[in-house]
Design a protein around this ligand. Structure first.
Ligand SMILES: O=C(O)CCC(=O)C(=O)O
Length: 260
């Protein structure tokens, strides 16, 4: 799917947009999957607004913004599992991470029309720090995205700065790092934006009449261990490519919460 030139671009810039990673027919099935998750969550009264809070927008504007976000989507619907493990996805990941690639977690990020939430600029590193910084996000677009419906922005080369202190872990100072500072990454449905967890990124609100649905998969090298025992999701540990040389060293412990 990509060659040495693209892999080098990723190493230099900390991100890479790859066109047409997932076929359009699979995208259509995932859009339906997103809708069904939203409906199931509403029925279970677990459809809280996931819009980030803080001081990066005036309070009256912030309270109108909505983000429908759910973790571990590949446990909710098989269509996401297929995309997460798709041979095209694995082909890119092995170029960017190495022969061994492991899932860390998955989630969906749905910005509804007109009032879809923004993401202030941040690194993902503070949420799940790892020793070797191989962790990257693959943000799969289920809709065409541009600046009007809140496409992702990245700061090229910012991963080279290493971890930067964040406001209460969540985001960078929005005056020092406005979203407009990032390079917009418009994309079409089926495209994937890959970015390292140290790459500063964010996205503006969706003010358009179109929904912006993305599914984000985080991957890493299984030899890259967490430096904090935090953000352990269901999906952690599934192998996408190669082998796990450390199967006896790290495994999550799950608890089932049965309905009362
Ligand atoms: O999908 C987006 O617009 C941004 C998502 C993001 O930055 C994140 O989940 O860390």
């Amino acid at each position: 799917m990509i060659g040495a030139k693209e892999a080098e671009f990723y190493r230099e810039n900390g991100y890479l947009l790859v066109k047409g990673v997932i076929p359009k027919a699979d995208i259509e099935v995932m859009r339906e999957g997103v809708e069904r998750i939203i409906q199931r969550a509403a029925k279970a009264k677990k459809d809280a607004n996931h819009a980030w809070q803080g001081d990066y927008l005036p309070a009256d504007e912030l309270k109108k913004l909505v983000l429908k976000g759910f973790h571990d989507v590949h446990y909710h619907d098989a269509s996401f599992m297929r995309a997460m493990t798709h041979p095209n996805m694995a082909a890119v990941l092995t170029q960017l991470i190495g022969p061994n690639v492991q899932v860390h977690h998955s989630k969906m990020l749905v910005k509804p029309p007109e009032n879809g939430a923004a993401f202030p600029m941040h690194q993902d590193h503070p949420y799940f720090p790892h020793a070797n910084h191989t962790m990257l996000a693959a943000s799969l677009h289920l809709d065409d995205a541009d600046e009007a419906n809140g496409c992702l922005h990245v700061i090229p080369g910012s991963h080279k700065q290493g971890p930067i202190p964040h406001v209460g872990r969540h985001y960078l100072n929005h005056v020092e790092y406005p979203i407009s500072m990032g390079t917009p990454c418009p994309a079409e449905a089926g495209d994937v934006l890959f970015f390292n967890y140290l790459t500063i990124h964010g996205s503006g609100p969706n003010r358009s009449e179109r929904t912006r649905r993305n599914v984000l998969f985080q991957y890493k090298d299984p030899s890259d261990f967490p430096t904090e025992n935090t953000h352990i999701d269901w999906g952690a540990g599934l192998m996408i490519a190669g082998e796990n040389p450390h199967f006896d060293k790290a495994f999550p412990k799950f608890t089932v919460h049965a309905e009362q």
